[in-house]
Design a protein around this ligand. Sequence first.
Ligand SMILES: Nc1nc2c(c(=O)[nH]1)N[C@H]1C(S)=C(S)[C@@H](COP(=O)(O)O)O[C@H]1N2
Ligand SMILES: [Mo]
Length: 421
Amino acid sequence: MDSNRSGRRRFLKHAAALAGLASGAVSSASGQSAGSEAQPKDVHIHGEPSRFATTLGSGRGVRLRLDHMTYYTPLQDSAGIITPASLHFMQTHSSRLPDIDPQQHRLTIHGMVDRPLSFSLEDLKRLPSVNRIYFVECHGNGSSTLHSTDDPKMGLPVQYIHGMTSCSEWTGVPLSVLLNEAGVQKGANWLVSEGADEGKFTHTLPLAKAMDDVIVAYAQNGEPVRPEQGYPMRLLVPGFEGPSSVKWLRHIKVVDQPYMTWNESMNHSIPRPDLGGKSRWYHFEMAPKSVITRPSGGLKIPGRGFYEITGLAWSGGGAIRKVEVSTDGGRSWKEANLQTPVLPKAHTRFTVDWAWDGEEAVLQSRCTDERGEVQPSLAELYRNWGITDVASQKTSRAIHINAIQPWRVDRDGSVHDAMFS
Ligand SMILES: Nc1nc2c(c(=O)[nH]1)N[C@H]1C(S)=C(S)[C@@H](COP(=O)(O)O)O[C@H]1N2
Ligand SMILES: [Mo]
């Protein structure tokens, strides 16, 4: 078969599949079906990546399980520091993605305020806006259970171990502007924020943080926030664990004490048997963390010679000051190059040159943030938290894991997760 024709056929099949997806969206919006067969031959679907780009995707068409709607950013294919919206990780505790008509949606600020206020999307867009680059990271990212037990030889790729962090340019109104407008009363110290999803996801936030750098975001990377990220508006709480950033934001209640909402007390503060049932890791800020994204677990490098090692570093405490990379299992470290821009509470891209001699190697990165806090090894993290029962940690849902991630390169060039081995 002539390869041009087969290529064309593949293109048409691809186009038809996309038309099917698009028509699904159209029919739910307008009530009519566009019919997926009648795709004109010479149509170009604007905005689609090259069909030769072997990245794990545009993120489109990825099917998510309704009982656990999670999408992980394909970090192994990432470049620079911005995550395209379609590749932003997604965490949802409700079993259905809200389908919100902004005309019907209001954000209401009430509780200990002088004037309870409601804002539509259009109201927000009339107010002075800010535009900032920040990461969002789930506090379960990199948790021990994500280091796969399915395939102990290979482990999961970096996408499924560390891909619950993404970084975007967020545009919106500082929450302080809205709170000042409402007039926060004396004695108020906390906010309880609720989303418009089925489960009414609710989280508590200290008022001081809300008045500092929190944004009610309506745009992401230059376009309206996607439904997965909280359309038409979400909280964006820089540097704090992901659940603080309540999506599909509907209510903010100003209160005088921290509320133990279901999502935080039952789901996000994990009781630890080794601490007498106390939830040690129930805290807000994400600690400094870095990970080599290429080469990383599940990839295979073709042979000895030159490689650029690259990865991401970030900290909830501010900007990344230094990243060091080791290619010999931690015996020696070399300072990595930080690509600009280096921004506080944002992903920072680092690179380092490496000549692989074809022998077994262990690659790892360690970052330091502007406050001088250094990313710990797994052993140091356990020591810091007073964990002695290391074996049970391997299968624990422990959160806020920012330990150094080692990747082992075997002599055949295959790269493996070496966190627990
Ligand atoms: N309304 C609502 N907001 C939510 C959630 C949710 O389930 N419902 N999940 C939270 C969690 S656990 C995380 S990690 C972040 C993830 O944000 P993202 O899906 O935009 O990446 O959203 C948070 N905000
Ligand atoms: Mo999360």
